[in-house]
Design a protein around this ligand. Sequence first.
Ligand code: UDP
Ligand code: MG
Length: 321
Amino acid sequence: MIKLSIVVPCYNEEEVLGETTKELNGVYEKLLNSQKISSDSKIVYVDDGSKDQTWPMIEQFSRDYPNIAGVKLSRNFGHQGALLAGIDSVYRDSDAVVTIDADLQDDVNAIIEMVDEFEKGNEVVYGVRNNRDTDTAFKRNTAELFYKIMGWLGVKMVPDSADFRLMSKRAVEVLLSYKEQNLFLRGIVPMVGFKSSKVYYARKERFAGESKYPLRKMVKFAVDGITSFSIVPIKMIMGLGFTIVIISIILLIYTIVSKVRGQVVSGWSSLMISIWALGGVQLICISVIGEYVGKIFSEVKNRPRYTIERDIYLEKKNMEN
Ligand code: UDP
Ligand code: MG
């Protein structure tokens, strides 16, 4: 029997939390009855600075059910920060940690299969969705493009796996030894290594409420993912720079030849186009470099990746002992 912790990041999820609790408790019971997990296993909600009734609900569930606990962050740290806070709070006294979104898009029953895979000796078990039917065409296409770009840049990711996965205590320890601020879990988890496997499931619509990932956050997520794993964009800029220098040398020769032949002053339009094109290219290049400089800036500051305001998980643990 293993001690399992199920970590659930929640940001303004009052509409789904009741149903989520029902479903997760269902799976919990099943695992308990089949003697796969011990009775001190826990479901741990991480409140990521919600502004609605999410935290009072989590407190209520913690009172009602001995197997539910909550961790409240002092403000919104984002999905990745919330996941990290949850994992970090529970892994020390768990054999395995499962992370799952609060919105019931991931099939909770897959957790049972994940536990089976863990018992077979896998230290990381990825939840992989076998369809993207429930996503909008836009999200589907952008996601596909994103995975493609990451592949080109040489970042190993498990396609179509989100942040629904099981990790052993040992794998979590390694994960937490990656100290970077710009944490992109999907990219880092495969770097942890160890024996891993996949569990397939059908991803559903969000049970209720709206996606907490508007386009703005999605773009930021993608840019962060790329720039925290690869310096290929910087290398591309260098290539671009060389190409432009070669073109300008050719242009220089052409200009001199034209001058010698006495056909000057025409070519105003090509000049203007060059100025604009080069200006644009330069701005893009500077912004790419700026992105990395910004990353260095935030790494150097080494700020805490999350701050816990209240930890009911710990309170319960202390009471149990
Ligand atoms: N989430 C979070 N902090 C945030 C945004 C989202 O903890 O700043 C949680 C959210 O409550 C959910 C999960 O992260 O449990 C995934 O978010 P969502 O379902 O909105 O993303 P999508 O499935 O649309 O990509
Ligand atoms: Mg979702």
